[in-house]
Design a protein around this ligand. Structure first.
Ligand code: AMP
Length: 593
């Protein structure tokens, strides 16, 4: 049989879309208004002997750290922001994650602090989530890894105060944290802010979405008046413009406008699957692609049961959910980065901000609550200008959500079929051929060892009268092991399902117009109102409620609906169909203790 690379097989489109130019950069308030059409993350392009960061005048330690990281050229946002920040200007930047914005502010700040010997922190970076705080702090640490005595400390909720307090007592250059914990440390006097001369608000729109506006304002008011301010936001709604107007002083404005959005490096697909076949469908998908995968599910309970099932099928899997302590989560992400595990089963909250370049596939096992959650999930792949793939599982009831999602993201999500036995078996054969071929090329034994192996072959031929093809067959059997090599589980349901779905989908397209009005009610229909026994009299604010709910349950901030705070109670709209365990946790949540 001749095995061809299947052009429909997962992953085959990835290379094609890579390196497509994605961003248009506009600089305002500059002497000459420039427009640069540029390539995102030109790591592999450019002159190999020249490092594009040399022009900024960074000291050697920074350049060495960048070389270690493999950065050759600055990204558009870095080209635009670094010179401004080196001059000490305030900056208002509109850029998504994945554009290299962290290095854009971290590098000039590290450069400016290279000779800092003082004890108290000079720079404060505020992020909406713990995950982003960890990530930004890690970036600072790696960019300053060659700079002597440069210290970055991350402070965020959900972890013990003690380590943070003792880190803050020692010499610190940069503090990265989430608003709630920063406030706590300022109030307790454990974070000395009198020497802060630069404040960075990262993902400011997200902080506003999470209800942190008052907290941010409180923190800004505590800081010394004379300071450089940097504000990055993925979108620029009026609220962000107002904050900028209020706090920023003649800022350089940088806009990385997505001409082609980052998500377009991601090939987006969906498949129809009935609820009781989901796990089987997932296993079939993983047959085609199982290296660097994140599977998003709705509940913590599901993360563990799916991970167990996948582990039993021989995959290397880990779980990321809100019950797992922060340090263990960090360890899991690290193992995923290093390739010790290949598959992560996660809830939305736990995987927020996750930046692992080797993620090639995101599986939306459970339908996301909203467009933002979907965009965030699929953005876990296609990092740093690479391409990736996202597959969304859709059941009968979710079909109209799919259309909504396509409309609101203005993306056509392409339908694929669940891989049948035939496809999987072809893939397995292809892999086997590749493996055998690779191992014949890779074996670099010395002559003595080669002679011994030839002895083994001669022995087999003489003693057992085996010819070359018998021996090859036996060796392949040894590689395959005891388990049957080909899948022959019943896959008739895939064909049946495809047929009924096709018919239904034809019928549905006629009804689409009639249903469009009802579809708009999706958001409202999917909420239920919960009453909590705390309110204005307890000093509770929206941000407190959101962060308590997010931190005590697996509910994602974005999926929380309307919040109304009355004098002695509050009403919160939460997604319908919450798991019993989550409801129990909600009964126990504490707000501001
Ligand atoms: P960010 O937008 O800061 O989240 O960065 C997205 C990814 O791009 C991270 O994985 C960075 O390590 C990577 N990155 C940032 N700047 C560069 C650069 N100049 N060259 C290559 N990779 C970069």
């Amino acid at each position: 049989m001749v095995l061809k690379k299947d052009s429909n097989s997962l992953g085959s489109e990835q290379e094609n879309s890579q390196n497509e130019d994605s961003y248009l950069l506009e600089l305002k308030n500059f002497d000459t208004k420039k427009e640069i059409e540029s390539q995102l993350l030109e790591v592999s392009k450019g002159d190999d002997n020249e490092n594009g960061f040399l022009d900024f005048g960074f000291n050697k330690s920074i350049i060495n750290a960048l070389i270690n990281k493999g950065y050759k050229n600055p990204t558009p946002i870095q080209k635009a922001a670094i010179p401004e920040l080196m001059l000490g200007r305030d900056l208002l930047g509109q850029a998504q994650t994945g554009t290299g914005k962290t290095a854009a502010f971290a590098l000039p700040l590290i450069e400016k602090l290279k000779d800092n010997k003082e004890l108290n922190a000079k720079v404060l970076v505020m992020t909406p989530t713990r995950e982003l705080a960890t990530q930004v702090a890690e970036s600072f640490k790696s960019y300053s890894s060659e700079s002597s005595n440069f210290k970055t400390v991350a402070i965020y909720g959900g972890t013990d105060y003690r380590n943070q307090i003792s880190a803050l007592k020692r010499k610190v250059d940069v503090v990265v944290g989430t608003p709630g914990r920063i406030m706590d440390h300022i109030r307790q006097g454990t974070f000395k802010i009198k020497d802060i001369n630069c404040l960075v608000l990262d993902e400011a729109d997200e902080m506003l979405n999470m209800g942190f506006l008052e907290d941010i304002e409180w923190i800004v008011d505590q800081l010394p008046e004379n300071k450089q301010m940097v504000l990055f936001s993925a979108t620029m709604p009026n609220e962000i413009r107002n904050i900028a107007k209020k706090y920023l002083n003649d800022p350089a404005e940088i806009l990385i406008k997505s001409v082609k959005k980052e998500t377009q490096l991601i090939s987006q697909k969906f498949l129809y699957v009935q609820r009781h076949h989901k796990l089987d469908a997932l296993k079939r998908i993983l047959e085609l692609n199982n290296e660097g995968v994140i599977i998003f599910v709705r509940t913590k309970l599901l993360t563990t049961s799916i991970a167990e099932a996948l582990e039993n099928s021989g995959h290397s899997v880990a779980v990321l959910n809100g019950d797992i302590p922060q340090n263990q989560r960090e360890n899991t992400v690290d193992r995923l980065k290093k390739g010790f595990i290949n598959i992560l089963v996660a809830t939305d909250v736990a995987a927020r901000g996750l930046d692992v370049e080797r993620i090639k596939l995101v599986v939306n096992y459970d339908f996301p609550f909203d467009k933002e959650t979907y965009t965030h999930r699929i953005g876990r792949t296609g990092r740093a200008g690479r391409s990736g793939e996202a597959i969304l599982f859709v059941n009968q009831r979710e079909k109209h959500f799919l259309r909504n999602l396509e409309n609101s993201t203005r993306t056509k999500i392409e339908e694929i079929n669940i891989p049948s036995n035939k496809i999987i078996n072809e893939k397995r054969m292809e892999k086997l051929i590749d493996n055998v071929n690779e191992s014949s090329l890779a074996k670099d034994e010395n002559e003595e060892n080669k002679a011994l192996i030839i002895d083994v072959l001669d022995n087999l031929k003489e003693k057992f009268s085996m010819d070359d093809s018998n021996i090859a067959m036996a060796a392949i059997n040894l590689v395959i092991g005891n388990k049957s090599f080909f899948v022959n589980d019943d896959d008739s349901w895939i064909y049946k399902q495809n047929n009924t779905d096709r018919n239904r989908s034809n019928r549905n397209s006629n009804n689409r117009m009639r249903n469009s009005n009802r579809r708009n009610n999706y958001q409202n229909d999917s909420f239920e109102t919960y009453k909590f026994n705390f309110g204005k009299f307890d000093g509770v604010r929206v941000a407190n409620i959101i962060s308590s709910i997010c931190n005590s349950t697996n509910i994602n901030g974005r999926s929380i609906g309307k919040i109304q705070i009355f004098n002695d109670y509050s009403l919160v709209d939460l997604p319908r169909d919450l798991h019993r365990e989550t409801k129990n946790k909600l009964k126990k949540i504490k707000v501001r203790n």
